[in-house]
Design a protein around this ligand. Structure first.
Ligand SMILES: Cc1ncc(COP(=O)(O)O)c(C=O)c1O
Length: 489
């Protein structure tokens, strides 16, 4: 007898069950209940579809995860089903199994140019960051420096929410309820050239940022600092690209003071900027890369820590044991899924698609500077942000209430109506963040540009007191809810 077919819940049931029984991530549940927020029931190509049948372009790849969009699930599901039929679970505590080993080898092949051949698997990006921190601490301890207990990170950067990873997250609102933090961390300026006083001159910006970093190391005590963590392109605050020489400068500071350099590539790895690892685009090579999201393209929770041979050595040939473990580290299901996802990236030349279309996407976004609300356009690959300003000449900021109005009342409504999920974020200055699936074609990117342009023009007119009357570029039904991608995480 076959398994009974489960009937999909009626839309209203799902909404009620979610409202009554879920505690959603970074969500004001009172507001959620009032707004009757979206229920996404299906994905197709680069779109997601809600319970009312409305279709949205997934312009943010879920949460920077769905690099393959939503139509590879059946193929990836075959890999998952095969694995579950053969071996649903075995830990990777002392043991190993073929899926984890195969994925390790595939990752090592792509990380070889960065000198990384060894990986520890986690279930998420935050766990990867936390595991990297423990690796760094233990590495220093076995090298005779257990006093290195401090970290350096960057303002606004998001590195996860568990107590270790939260210590490196430079978002005061996320930290406030949980102070004091587990790890004493100094926060540096990020690479926001638009707002930095030296931002008009990339060489001067690099110099200023590196002087600041060195001063912070000296102030913290050079023999106390264990790790410097940064994203190659920082997401939070809006796609901050590093100026030339910045990563090389971080590398030489870390070498000078014996600090381990960690590149958090939770978002940037696996094609988001057209490379397997964004670190390969910049001169300074990290000692450790943390990754998650794109490694399974959102098909399963998996993250990991890649490390150079120098970092691995004490634990591989040096007689030390990495005193860390997670029951589901290297789970057969998630590693089988990730292995198939990476195979698809290779087979379907997904990174090549990003490299080919990125200049077109960049040019289209640059063209949006025609709208006076757009102060800055920044990013690379399929990873972009538009910073919104009140006055472009003076770069005048919106105050908190104005930003709230602009993002949550205006832009959110227009994006919704026009059928685009993107991220409208005001953890720093207000930004529209775009990270479409890496399999997006030129026509889809053009549709995204069209919608962002129309929505932003409407918001600009509303700001100036005029009704927002632009025609819709594509068919869409009446709006119902706030955009769920306005938010904290
Ligand atoms: C750069 C970075 N690091 C870490 C994390 C935390 O990842 P997770 O939510 O999988 O724990 C995120 C999540 O967005 C991230 O963007």
């Amino acid at each position: 007898m076959g398994a009974p077919q489960r009937q999909p819940a009626a839309a209203s049931d799902t909404r009620r069950q979610a409202r009554d029984h879920l505690l959603l991530n970074f969500t004001d549940m009172g507001e959620y209940a009032d707004a009757g927020s979206k229920i996404i029931v299906r994905g197709e190509g680069c779109d997601v579809i809600d319970d009312g049948g409305r279709r949205f372009i997934d312009g943010i790849s879920g949460l920077f995860c769905s690099n393959l969009g939503h139509s590879y699930g059946a193929e990836i599901g075959e890999a998952a089903a095969e694995q579950l039929a053969i071996l649903p679970f075995t830990p990777t505590w002392y043991l190993a199994h073929p899926s984890a080993a195969r994925l390790g080898a595939r990752l090592a092949a792509h990380a070889a140019p960065l000198g990384m051949q060894r990986v520890f698997f986690t279930n998420s990006g935050g766990e990867a960051v936390e595991s990297a921190w423990k690796l760094v601490r233990q590495w220093h301890a076995v090298n005779g420096e257990p006093q290195r207990t401090k970290a350096i990170a960057r303002r606004l950067a998001y590195h996860g929410t568990s107590m270790g990873a939260l210590s490196f997250t430079g978002l005061p609102d996320c930290r406030a309820p949980f102070e004091p933090m587990a790890v004493p961390t100094t926060f540096l300026s990020n690479t926001n050239a638009y707002r930095h006083p030296a931002g008009h001159d990339p060489a001067a910006l690099t110099r200023a940022l590196l002087v600041e970093a060195e001063d912070a190391i000296i102030l913290a005590g050079p023999d106390q600092v264990a790790m410097l963590i940064a994203e190659p392109v920082q997401n939070s605050g809006g796609a901050f690209v590093p100026p030339p020489g910045y990563w090389a400068g971080l590398r030489s500071l870390c070498d000078r003071y014996g600090i381990i350099l960690v590149a958090d590539e939770t978002i940037t790895a696996f094609g988001r900027v057209g490379e397997w690892f964004a670190s390969s685009l910049f001169d300074g090579r990290p000692d450790i890369i943390t990754f998650a999201k794109g490694v399974t393209a959102g098909h399963a929770p998996l993250g990991g820590v890649l490390m150079t041979e120098r970092m691995a050595e004490p634990f591989v040939t040096g007689g030390e044991t990495y005193m860390h473990g997670l029951t589901y580290s290297g789970h057969p299901l998630t590693t089988a899924i990730a292995d198939r996802v990476l195979e698809i990236y290779e087979r379907d030349n997904v990174l090549g698609n990003v490299r080919e279309l990125a200049p077109r996407f960049a040019a289209g976004l640059e063209e949006l500077r025609r709208i006076p609300l757009v102060g800055d356009v920044r990013g690379m690959g399929f990873f972009w942000a538009l910073e919104l300003v009140k006055d472009r000449e003076t770069k005048q900021l919106f105050d908190a209430d104005e930003a709230d109005w602009l993002l949550r009342k205006e832009l959110s409504r227009h994006m919704d109506e026009l059928g685009l999920l993107c991220r409208l974020d005001d953890r720093g200055e207000p930004v529209i963040q775009l990270s479409p699936p890496l399999v997006s074609d030129a026509a889809l990117l053009d549709r995204i540009l069209n919608i962002v342009g129309t929505a932003t023009e409407r918001a600009w007119r509303a700001w100036n007191g005029a009704p927002s009357a632009a025609p819709l570029p594509m068919g869409s039904s009446a709006l119902r809810s706030a955009n769920p991608h306005v938010g904290a995480a």
